[in-house]
Design a protein around this ligand. Structure first.
Ligand code: ADP
Ligand code: MG
Length: 253
């Protein structure tokens, strides 16, 4: 199988805080990986390092064959020049807890903005694809609506359509349902379930243990900046090995 992402020996040091402590993580094309773990364990930082919202302190990251950041012995990590970095970032789509839609743009404009600006797609093409994607997330009627006119679940579905519009190699979801009322998390989870079934390569940081169990090909448990355990949903939820994972599961299940 083809590794689409390889992160080797990743360290991310913030002032006074070691957020990632020698993490090794790789993904195969088409895989759905769920990341679970207590607050502050480094889950968001790991995603943010993949799409370059944060720069790593040391280690190496290879995405789709391009090693865009690497450390030589004892040195800090060196990134590719910015232009190539932009290409790398365009290969990942990030979905945030708080949607982060552009408030002054309609839903369709939100979805089409990056393909036109970054990928230089023709406006008509981007709009046609944008409408398909809005349809796919169940919002074909909302193209002309503004984010303020939508519910939280609808906003998050627009954000997913916007992420997919760039045809990224990997979709990164950082607690996509945490800001939603329980009764509407289902509509967002069902879009993600559909993507997972279609073998979209995706990483999902989530507190929805039932959902992780159902969709994840692999589950990763992080604590204190480290990957403590990883395995199938059955390994992690039915047969946890470490005390830390057992404690975590008993606190959330
Ligand atoms: P999680 O997503 O698992 O809750 P994070 O990745 O957000 O955890 O955070 C990991 C650790 O890094 C935490 O201790 C957090 O306080 C720290 N951290 C995250 N972002 C920053 C930042 N920009 N500056 C300083 N510390 C940070
Ligand atoms: Mg987080």
């Amino acid at each position: 199988m083809e590794a689409i992402l390889q992160m080797k020996d990743i360290v991310k040091q913030f002032a006074g805080c070691l957020a990632l402590d020698h993490v090794n993580f790789s993904m195969q094309k088409g895989e759905t990986v769920a990341i679970i773990g207590p607050s502050g364990s480094g889950k968001s930082t790991l995603l943010r390092c993949i799409n370059c919202l944060e720069r790593i302190t040391s280690g190496s990251i290879t995405l789709n064959g391009d090693t865009f950041v690497e450390t030589k012995a004892g040195m800090k990590a060196v990134y590719l020049p910015d232009k190539s970095l932009k290409n790398i970032c365009a290969e990942t789509g990030m979905i945030f807890q708080h949607f982060n839609l552009f408030p002054h743009m309609t839903c369709l404009e939100n979805v089409c903005y990056a393909p036109v600006k970054v990928k230089k797609q023709k406006k008509e093409e981007a709009q046609a694809r944008g409408r398909q994607l809005l349809d796919m997330v169940g919002l074909s009627q909302k193209g002309e609506a503004y984010p303020a006119q939508l519910s939280g679940g609808q906003k998050q579905r627009v954000a997913i359509a916007r992420g997919l519009a760039m045809n990224p190699e990997i979709m990164l979801f950082d607690e996509p349902t945490s800001a939603l009322d329980p009764e509407i998390t289902g509509e967002v989870l069902s879009v993600m379930r559909k993507l997972s079934k279609e073998h979209t390569t995706m990483v999902i940081v989530t507190h929805e243990m039932g959902f992780a169990k159902e969709v994840a090909d692999r589950v990763i448990f992080m604590d204190a900046g480290k990957i403590v355990e990883e395995g199938t949903a059955e390994d992690i939820f039915q047969n946890p090995k470490s005390e830390r994972l057992k404690d975590f599961l008993s606190s959330v299940l």
